[in-house]
Design a protein around this ligand. Structure first.
Ligand code: MG
Length: 203
C-alpha cells in the first residue's frame, strides 16, 4: 500500500505557513514504513528540532482506480479515519528554500499515525465533518471538511489521473490551521465528530 498526502488543502493553514493557496492540489507521498497504528507512541526522532502535528482526515481506497471521474469517485472509498501528518518543519523549510523535495521532512518512519476506520456511511454529510486535535488537553487544531479547497472526490479524480489507486491505499486530505511543535511527553488526542480516534504519547 501507499500513502498519498495533500498539502495546503485548507486556506488558513496555507496562510499560516506563508504559502500561496494552490490552484491545483499539492501532492506528496509517504512509504508504508511511515504508518503508525493502534495508538502506539510516537518516538521523537533526533534529526529534527521542530516536528509539527498536522491533524488530517484519512480516506481508505476500497478498489483499484485509474482515471476515476469525479462523478464516480465516491465509489472508491468506504471508510474514513483520522491521522497525523507529522512534519519535520525545520527540514522542510530548508528544502523549500532550495526548491528540493520534501521526503526527509514528511516520509520518515512513523510519521503517519492513523486511527481505526469508521464507515463513511456513518456520517450524514462528508462535506461537513468536524475534527480536532487536543494536545495535553487543549485544543490546538480544529477543522471542518467544508473548508477543504479540494474535496475527497476531487482528490481521488485528480490523483488517479497520475497514480493508480489500489485497494488499501490511504489518502491524507490536508490539515487545518494551528500546526505547532510537539514535545516529548505530549499527549495527542484526536476526534472525528464525537468519536475519540487517536490517543497516544510522544516519547
Ligand atoms: Mg499535511
Amino acid at each position: 500500500m501507499k500513502i498519498i498526502a495533500i498539502g495546503r488543502n485548507y486556506a488558513e493553514h496555507a496562510k499560516e505557513l506563508n504559502n500561496p493557496v494552490p490552484g491545483v492540489p499539492v501532492i506528496f507521498m509517504k512509504p508504508d514504513t511511515a504508518l503508525l497504528k493502534d495508538n502506539k507512541p510516537f518516538y521523537h526522532p533526533d534529526f529534527s528540532e521542530d516536528i509539527h502535528h498536522e491533524i488530517e482526515i484519512v480516506i481508505k481506497i476500497s478498489k483499484e482506480g485509474k482515471h476515476v471521474s469525479e462523478k464516480f469517485a465516491a465509489n472508491y472509498f468506504d471508510e474514513i479515519a483520522l491521522g497525523i501528518d507529522f512534519t519535520a518543519r525545520d527540514i522542510q523549510s530548508r528544502h523549500k528554500e532550495k526548491g528540493l523535495p520534501w521526503e526527509l521532512a514528511k516520509a520518515f518512519d512513523n510519521s503517519a499515525p492513523v486511527s481505526r476506520f469508521l464507515p463513511k456511511a456513518q456520517f450524514a454529510d462528508l462535506h461537513n465533518i468536524n475534527f480536532k486535535l487536543d494536545v495535553n488537553g487543549q485544543t490546538r487544531q480544529s477543522g471542518n471538511t467544508s473548508n477543504m479547497l479540494f474535496s475527497f472526490d476531487y482528490i481521488i479524480a485528480f490523483v488517479s489521473r497520475y497514480i493508480t489507486l489500489k485497494k488499501g491505499d490511504l489518502i491524507f486530505t490536508g490539515t487545518p490551521q494551528g500546526v505547532t511543535k510537539v514535545n516529548v511527553g505530549d499527549r495527542l488526542e484526536g476526534y472525528l465528530e464525537d468519536h475519540k480516534m487517536l490517543d497516544f504519547y510522544v516519547k
